[in-house]
Each structure stands twice: as C-alpha cells, then as structure tokens.
Design a protein. Structure first.
Ligand code: NAD
Length: 362
C-alpha cells in the first residue's frame, strides 16, 4: 500500500518537529510494509516571503488531492498582520472537528495521576469565523447603529467588533461527531461546554443542538458545564470527565488547559477532521524562542502522526509508534528539556531514540 501525504513544515520549531514526525512515520512504514510519498508544501511566514502568499493555492490543492496532511505549527502575528493560516486552512477545507486528546503518559511530570480526556472542538464557527470590524471604519459605525436600533443597547463609538456566528448545522454536526467518536472509542460520557447563561442565543443554540443530538445516543452519558466552572472542575477533578464537546473558542482554551494537566504543550497532539480531508498537527504553536535550537519536544507532532496513521488505517504502525513514544518518555533518559529538567537531550536525539525503540534504524 502507498500513501501520498501532504507535509507542511510550518514556522519556528515547526520544521524540527515535523521532520521528527516524518522520520518516525518513515520508520514505521518500513517496519509495517507500506510506503509514504511525502509532498512537501509551503505555508506560513516563510511561504509568504518566498511565494507571496502565506497559504498558497498549490498547498490547498495538494491537501485536496492527497486528502491527508501532516502539519507543523504556523506563526500568526498578534493584533495586526495576516490572519491565521491555521484558521484559514481549517475553514477552506471545512475541517470542522478538532480532536485534542489529553492523556497522561507515565513518566511525564504532572500534578495528576489519572487524566484521559478528549476535547472535541468545533473548528469553523464562533469568534474564530474571522468576521471582524475595525474601530473607526464606516462598516463598524453602520453595524453599531444597526445593533443599537435593534437591541436598544448602547455600544461605545470607539469599539471594534467581532461576530460570533454559531449555527444549528455546525453545532449538530460537531455534536454528532463527538457522540460517534465516544461510541467508536468506547467512551462513556460527553460533556457540552458553553456559556449559555450569558450568551443565550449563540451558546444557547449550541447547547440545545447538542442536547437534541444526545437523545439519539442513549448508551452514552451526557451532561453540560458552563465554561468557567468547567475550567475549575478540570483542574480539581479531571478524572470525572471523558469527552468534552466545545464551540471553537472555549475548545481552544480548554484544550490548552487539558494539555497542562498532562505535561504541557510539548506532548499534546491533534487532528482536524472534515468530511473529505484531515490535517494532523500538534496543538502547540511555533514557539519562536526555541526555534532552530534542537530543543523542542517532538512528542506532540509525533503523536499527531500516530493519529494520522490510525486515520489512514495503519493501526499496527500507529500502535507501535505510540508505544515507542510512551516507552521513551517512561524511561525518561532521552527526552527533551520540558520532560526532564536535570537530564535531557535534543529534538533529534529523542526522535532517534523513539525510532530505535520501535525497532527501526535511526
Ligand atoms: P506556543 O505553543 O508556540 O509556545 C508557548 C510555550 O509552550 C513555549 O514558549 C514553550 O515553552 C512551550 N512549548 C510549545 N511547544 C513546545 C514544544 N514542542 N516543546 C517544548 N516546549 C514547547 O504558543 P505561543 O508562544 O502563544 O505562540 C507562538 C506562535 O505560534 C504564535 O504566532 C501563534 O499564533 C502560533 N500558534 C500556531 C498554532 C498552529 O499552528 N496550530 C497553534 C498555536 C499557536
């Protein structure tokens, strides 16, 4: 069997961790008898400088053709500059479900002993829709007049405004994905995360949609939590939770919190899944201060590649690679700085150790 997979290295530590994952997948493919033909495509800051676009059309075309991509993190300027390439990619490919597991690996230092959570984040709507109105523009002033007239509320004239669209379609679709995921992975409970007490229409509609879908899955437990309480509950007793289904923004924040429970961003993988395509990437960003120093933890990107191998049906390779990662971390001798402050190795050495542990030649 041969697979053609798009590989986007990204910015900052992106190329270091994506090459680490590539090396592990190549070793796994050699051991389990399948081929991976990587199609390396540009996106991000470097692509902007070199090709005049931070998300070139050829890169999108490659993912559309290959259907599967592995991606390193991409820098997004804060406050001004280009919009997030990551958000753009997810919207253009309609990768509506962001699956973010947070499972404690033995050997990772954590305040907790029993964490095994899956955050399922809606990936296309909410405040991430990118519908924003800048302060001082005519469009913003018109929008303020419209909103004031229709709600009777006052909005300061020097405001900027971001819209938060949440649809029945989007909410039902992510709810169905979460319950199907729970069923397929023998999970017991889905918790909907929201702030419907304050945002009665947008979050209220999300909650109502998830509640409706939940009725079709009587074998899976269902409950809901207000997002602020959810954060507190996760910090105090994460073992009480299983699958969390969230609108876009809360999903982003809550999943970073969950990654903190299991050792930090260096070990947190994710999958962006749609009807037609899937893009696998670590949760973490481009961590510019660590870039080019051979010190970033490759685990998050390698575990994202594990999710990718499962997705394409190479379950044995996925299990072997995951086992090798877990074993190297459990031994704790050849791991990066974030996993062992006293004794650590670089990104490259940890990756080679994972390949060796899997029985490959590094
Ligand atoms: P970040 O995740 O890049 O880094 C935050 C901190 O987490 C780092 O300083 C480091 O201490 C730690 N960390 C992250 N990854 C690590 C790894 N692999 N190994 C060891 N430690 C690691 O978050 P940030 O600094 O807020 O964002 C930097 C840039 O990345 C921003 O431009 C942001 O927009 C972008 N970003 C991209 C993605 C993506 O591509 N999907 C996701 C998040 C942030």
């Amino acid at each position: 069997m041969a697979y053609k997979i798009t590989l986007i290295h990204g910015d900052g530590i992106g190329p270091e961790v994506s090459r680490a994952a590539q090396m592990c997948v190549d070793a796994a493919s050699e051991r389990f008898g399948f081929d991976v033909d990587w199609e390396e495509m540009p996106a991000g800051e470097e692509a902007g400088k070199r090709y005049g676009s931070v998300l070139p059309e050829e890169t999108l075309k490659s993912v559309r053709e290959n259907k599967v991509a592995l991606k390193g993190p991409i820098t997004t300027p804060i406050g001004s500059g280009f919009r997030s390439v990551n958000v753009d990619l997810r919207q253009k490919l309609d990768l509506f479900a962001n699956v973010r597991p947070a499972k404690l690996i033995p050997g990772v230092e954590s305040r907790y002993s029993d964490v095994d959570l899956i955050v399922i984040r809606e990936n296309t709507e909410d405040l991430y829709a990118g519908i924003e109105f800048d302060e001082g523009t005519k469009a913003t002033s018109d929008l303020i007049s419209f909103a004031e007239k229709n709600t009777g509320k006052r909005i300061r004239k020097d405001s900027a405004i971001s819209l938060k669209p949440i649809s029945i379609f989007g909410s039902r679709r992510i709810a169905k994905f979460a319950f199907d995921y729970a069923k397929a992975n023998k999970r017991k409970k889905v918790t909907a995360v929201h702030k419907a007490n304050i945002m009665k229409y947008s979050d209220g509609l999300f909650l109502k949609s998830v509640q409706d879908v939940a009725k079709k899955y009587p074998s899976i437990g269902f409950e809901d939590r207000i997002v602020d309480n959810m954060c507190m509950q996760l910090v105090i007793k994460p073992e009480l939770y299983d699958v969390l289904v969230c609108p876009n923004l809360y999903g982003d924040i809550v999943s970073d919190l969950c990654s903190g429970l299991v050792g930090g961003l260096g070990v947190a993988p994710s999958a962006n899944i749609g009807e037609k395509y899937a893009v696998f990437e670590p949760i973490h960003g481009s961590a510019p201060k660590h870039a080019g120093k051979d010190e970033a933890n490759p685990t998050a990107c390698i575990l994202s590649a594990v999710m990718m191998l499962e997705y394409i049906g190479e379950k044995k390779a996925a299990a072997a690679l995951e086992k090798a990662v877990v074993e190297v971390i459990r031994k704790g001798k050849k791991v990066t700085y974030d996993l062992n402050q006293r004794r650590h190795v670089g990104t490259g050495e940890m990756t080679k150790e994972i390949v060796r542990e899997m029985g490959g030649s590094a």
